[in-house]
Each structure stands twice: as structure tokens, then as C-alpha cells.
Design a protein around this ligand. Structure first.
Ligand code: ZN
Ligand code: ZN
Length: 230
């Protein structure tokens, strides 16, 4: 099983550039409907349709909050019917939040509503090796901290610097507070707008998540859960 959490602009080229087996993706899980989180999904399906040798027969499963089925059907009105019938089975499912959704015998997905857009959810994957929580896009949320409690790795957005804080995104400091309040083992920061990208978000988050393991993710970084190390 190979899972993509969101599939924004540039994702496909980056996967190829870093030598990751994007042909073998089995699941795409969408956190919300802003295009920086799904924009390359049609390109992924198109590439799987035309560049897989021999032709793909394995199904592709697309999961997201309620409305993702409608979103992909609407996209197919513009892109073409191949998006829903690419020559291999494609299953698109709305996932209800706060209910474990088994992806196979070992790995379970759960989603949790977050303050960003009405449909936005954070994503949790639990496997025998441990638990990954990805915030998607979110504002500060005590409920999210409780739900993420004890995660082995928290992949948290931090879009904006503290002097531009808004209710529907996190600052690095707020991402640090989320990691602290949830008591996670490791915090990985992502989703930087330029003012954050050109600063030192790990340091800012570290001021609130003292002593915690923190990394500011760069494209191509790899993190392992359960095996130790990066
Ligand atoms: Zn968003
Ligand atoms: Zn976003």
C-alpha cells in the first residue's frame, strides 16, 4: 500500500524527481478542497492511465471528506470522462469523520474536522509501527490537540508568521503549541508561505515545544515511524 496525503501542484514531478514509485500509489487521501491540496490529482490519474507499462490494473482509491465524490465528478465534467474511468478501477469515497476507516488489515485512517474550510479535516494513519497525524490546513484547535494526542509524528501546517496570524492557519509557534499540547513524539512542519519559508520555523516552533524533535520539512525529506531516525 502506498498512500499520498493530498496531491497538490507539483506533487507528481517531485515524486518522479525523487525516484519515488508514484506508479504504485494505491490511495490518495484529500484533506480539503483547496486546489493546493488536490490540483494534481487529475494529472496523476492521467499519467497512470498513459505511462504505466504494462497498463495499470490495480485500483486507485481516492478518499476525502464528504464532498470529494462530488468534487471529482465535477472535475470530470471539465477534464473528461477518463477521470472517472481511466482504464483501471478507480474508487472515490466520502469518509465520515471520527470513524476508523480500515485501508487494509494493518492500516487504519481516521479524519477529524478542523477550522479551515467547512469540509477540512486532519488525517490520522495508524499502523503497527505507530501513528501519523497530518493537520491538513487548520487554525488553532484544542480539539485537534486532544485528537492528535500521543501521535508518533505530527505533520503540521504552519503557513504564516506570528505577526500575520489568522484563525484558519497556524503559525510556527502555534504548531509548536499543538505538538506540545498533544504530547507527540516528533513534529514536522510543512505548508510554508514565503515569509515563513524564509525564516526559521523549526526554531519558532521549538520555543513552544521545548525539547521536542522538530524538523522543517523540505521536498524530498523522508521520515520513518517505528524504525527510528530520519
Ligand atoms: Zn487550504
Ligand atoms: Zn493549503
Amino acid at each position: 500500500m502506498k498512500i499520498l496525503l493530498d496531491c497538490g501542484a507539483g506533487a507528481l514531478h517531485r515524486l518522479a524527481q525523487f525516484g519515488l514509485p508514484w506508479h504504485d500509489v494505491t490511495h490518495v487521501i484529500v484533506s480539503h478542497f483547496h486546489p493546493d491540496h488536490w490540483g494534481e490529482l487529475p494529472m496523476l490519474v492521467y499519467a497512470l492511465k498513459y505511462t504505466t507499462v504494462p497498463p495499470r490494473t490495480d485500483p486507485l482509491v481516492v478518499l476525502g471528506p464528504p464532498g470529494v465524490v462530488r468534487l471529482v465528478k465535477k472535475l470530470a465534467e471539465g477534464y473528461g470522462p477518463w477521470l472517472l474511468d481511466p482504464g483501471f478501477p478507480i474508487g472515490i469515497l466520502d469518509v465520515r469523520d471520527r470513524e476508523p476507516f480500515p485501508l487494509d488489515g494493518d492500516v487504519s485512517l481516521e479524519t477529524f474536522p478542523v477550522p479551515h474550510t467547512p469540509e477540512s479535516v486532519a488525517l490520522s494513519l495508524t499502523a503497527p509501527e505507530g501513528r501519523l497525524v497530518y493537520t491538513g490546513d487548520t487554525g488553532p484547535s484544542r480539539d485537534l490537540a486532544r485528537w492528535a494526542s500521543g501521535a508518533d509524528l505530527l505533520l503540521a501546517e504552519c503557513s504564516l508568521p506570528a505577526d500575520q496570524a489568522i484563525d484558519i492557519h497556524l503559525t510556527p509557534e502555534q504548531a509548536g503549541e499543538l505538538a506540545r499540547d498533544a504530547g507527540v513524539r516528533r513534529l514536522v512542519l510543512t505548508h510554508f508561505y514565503p515569509p515563513v519559508e524564509t525564516s526559521d520555523p523549526a526554531r519558532a516552533a521549538g520555543a513552544r515545544f521545548k525539547g521536542g524533535a522538530i524538523a522543517a520539512a523540505r521536498d524530498g525529506d523522508r521520515f520513518t515511524i517505528g524504525g527510528g531516525g530520519k
